[in-house]
Design a protein around this ligand. Sequence first.
Ligand code: ZN
Ligand code: ZN
Length: 216
Amino acid sequence: MITHHLSDKLLMAYSAGSLPEAFNLAVATHIALCDECRARLASFDAIGGAMLEQAQDEGIALEQGALAATLARIKTTPPVAKPSPRRVPQGVLPEPLASYVGGDLDAIRWRNVGGGVRQAILPTSKAATARMLYIPAGKAVPDHGHNGLEMTLVLQGAFADATARFGRGDIEIADEDLDHQPIAEPGEDCICLAVTDAPLKFRAFLPRIAQPFLRI
Ligand code: ZN
Ligand code: ZN
């Protein structure tokens, strides 16, 4: 039962193809798990298509050649930059995430980041960073704030912070206004996809000196 979803703004940006690759990956992977957001995305895709058609009919709305250029740009967008959601029933990682990881959980090459927490950075364009995050049951990610946008999608287990509890399929959207300390629920290790477009703001000294090496 998914209770934390994508905002209209993010679904529209995904539909328009204006998000960095790493955020597209988080959006597409949530949509692979979430019927509700998949249906909302379909309506935004339809609106986008209708707007392009209307502009074409009216002719004057766009300068000559502008529509053709827009359509050409949409068509030439490399598929890897905007992964589309697909439903693959096996494993913990749905597509397109499984393709980025190169398999399921056992294909992830984890690296310790301290306190039992592990990460694996995924290959995406540099505009934003996508990482798999492993938080042992009952452990916490250091308390931090955000300099930009952070999306955290739960794939296994659950975590909670001061705002809510997030289980499989839930996505937390954090920005400059939120400071939090995600803590994995006891019982099962928590595995997430976390995407950021700016470094986090750590309160404690130790995470702060390790930050440049970990690209967090
Ligand atoms: Zn959703
Ligand atoms: Zn955060």
